[in-house]
Design a protein around this ligand. Structure first.
Ligand code: BES
Ligand code: ZN
Ligand code: ZN
Length: 510
């Protein structure tokens, strides 16, 4: 079984525009035609002014994502030219590049073309760097070409995917190759995360996810320890186990450890891995419950991020910890509302709602993270419906008491357009989570008081160790409903690009 998305062959070619031999050649054109004059003039000398004609007739305006196909009738080696609008030159950024490439790729593949070339765009804009342009092009292409087709019985041929893509330019080939390499690593890691997340709970069990992580780790030379129930018990993760005991499906704790050098700073990434969230005894309503197969999107993002970090050879010690279990009211001994359990940290928890289970598995990982003496711990989780109510699908929730860390994460969110919006995490939220009969409770039973996403973050904060910490709630962003330019419907793979970008920036400042 292929995992890691639909792998595309990717090349870089040095050539002049009119000599490119291709089934389809994508060329970006700005809205103000003057900004693309050199390209248009060059092609039009061979194509009898056909681009200018389209522009003059108003058929092509160069607005973002607008497409016009030109058949070249053997006047140049490229059989078709796909003009793609870049919008206004002054507004062009990496996100627009990712978007327009995503749009162009889908257009090309819908016509059954299997390989395409792209003329490098955007260099007219002096604030854009060639490496990062190439990275954005490849990200847009690989992410936009993604389809989760493994369970479709049609032939691969009918699925229509671009199989081969070449970035062409007449200069700067080494820089382009570097950008293409990064873009490919990051986008394929994101697609790996999408695959893991899209897979339903009867397939993507904790055992399956652990196997996939192990295969990835062996391939990349990362250490991967997979712990089963007995070991988790020995590690005193009573809170995690209280959730796991409601299921007959064995739980797993994955610890991925990428350490390319001694004496590097350590970062721990923690991902919520509920392979299905029925709610447990506090069972969820049936409408839309299928979405809870994605309640392990945080774990999948952590596994994908480690794949990318290792392939990019980042000079950083990165550990990924993912507790994995179902949350279901069966098993041997499901938790009942009112139960009191003891966490790894030793604090006791009154469980007032078994549907607030993500926080119960995360806190033991947050405490365990301390063993690695990390500088920083990030956790990522589909934690609360309340976060979706606050932010919709447009941003993930960010919670931290560290203003610098918040700023850096928000910046990475802007750069990748996996946006973050900071929500409060105050002492008041922490106080609300104190219990009368145990140390803390897992929900505020007075739901009228609201602030569910902040309360969940505050619950986590009761268990953190001696490190900088931020919590990212992806409950609203893990699933794409409508399909965007380079994010098809289904699992978005959110978190991988964000974390990798954040770590890239972070390395630069240490
Ligand atoms: N997995 C859910 C959160 C969720 C909701 C993710 C919608 C994605 C979309 C989480 O375990 C949960 O059920 N949270 C409860 C908490 C409540 C009981 C305090 C919720 O948000 O309703
Ligand atoms: Zn739940
Ligand atoms: Zn959940």
């Amino acid at each position: 079984m292929v995992i890691g998305g639909n792998l595309m062959k990717i090349e870089v070619e040095k050539n002049s525009l009119l000599n490119v031999d291709a089934e389809s050649l994508i060329i970006g054109i700005y809205e103000n035609i003057e900004d693309s004059k050199h390209l248009i003039d060059e092609i039009d000398t061979k194509l009898d002014g056909s681009i200018k004609e389209r522009i003059e007739l108003g058929d092509f305006k160069g607005t973002i994502g607008q497409i016009s196909t030109i058949y070249t009738h053997n006047k140049i080696p490229a059989k078709r030219i796909l003009l793609i609008g870049l919008g206004k030159k002054e507004d062009l950024d990496y996100e627009t590049i990712r978007r327009v490439i995503g749009i162009a790729i889908k257009k090309i593949r819908s016509s059954g073309v299997k390989n395409s070339k792209i003329w490098l765009m955007g260099l007219e804009k002096t604030d854009l760097k060639v490496e990062e342009i190439a990275q954005a092009i490849i990200e847009g292409a690989i992410l936009g070409n993604y389809k989760f087709y493994r369970h479709k019985t049609e032939k691969l041929d009918e699925i229509k995917l671009i199989e081969e893509l070449t970035v062409v330019y007449n200069d700067l080939i080494d820089e382009i190759k570097n950008g293409v390499r990064s873009g490919r690593i990051i986008a394929e890691a994101t697609n790996f995360t999408r695959d893991l997340t899209n897979e339903p709970a009867n397939i993507a069990t904790p055992i399956y996810i652990a196997e996939q992580a192990k295969i990835m780790a062996i391939e990349l030379g990362i250490t991967c320890n997979i712990y089963g129930e007995k070991e988790i018990e020995e590690m005193k993760m009573g809170s995690f186990l209280s959730v796991a005991r409601g299921s007959n499906e064995p739980c797993k704790l994955i610890v991925l450890d990428y350490n390319p050098n001694k004496n590097l700073d350590t970062v721990v990434l923690i991902g919520k891995g509920i392979t299905f969230d029925t709610g447990g005894i506090s069972i969820k309503p049936s409408t839309g419950m299928w979405e809870m197969k994605q309640d392990m999107a945080g774990a999948a993002a952590v596994i994908g991020a480690l794949k990318a970090v290792a392939q990019l050879n980042m000079p950083l010690h990165v550990i990924g910890i993912t507790p994995l279990t179902e949350n279901t009211p069966g098993g041997r001994n499901p938790i009942f509302p009112g139960d009191i359990v003891e966490s790894r940290k030793g604090k006791t928890i009154e469980i007032l709602n078994t549907d607030a289970e993500g926080r119960l598995i995360l806190i033991d990982a947050l405490d365990y993270a301390n063993e690695f003496k990390p500088k920083l711990v990030l956790d990522i989780a589909t934690l609360t419906g309340a976060c979706t109510v606050a932010l919709g699908t447009h941003a993930s929730g960010l919670f931290t008491i560290d203003d610098d860390l918040a700023e850096q994460l928000i910046k990475a969110g802007e750069e990748t357009q996996e946006r973050l919006w900071r929500l409060p995490l105050w002492k008041d939220h922490e106080n609300v989570m104190e219990s009368k009969i145990a140390d803390v409770r897992n929900i505020n039973p007075n739901s009228k008081e609201g602030a569910g996403a902040s309360n969940a973050a505050a619950f986590l904060k009761h268990f953190i160790g001696d490190y900088k910490w931020a919590h990212i709630d992806i409950a609203g962003t893990d699933l794409e409903y409508k399909g965007k330019d380079y994010t098809p419907t289904g699992a978005s793979g959110v978190g991988v690009r964000l974390i990798v970008q954040f770590l890239k920036n972070w390395i630069k400042q240490i």
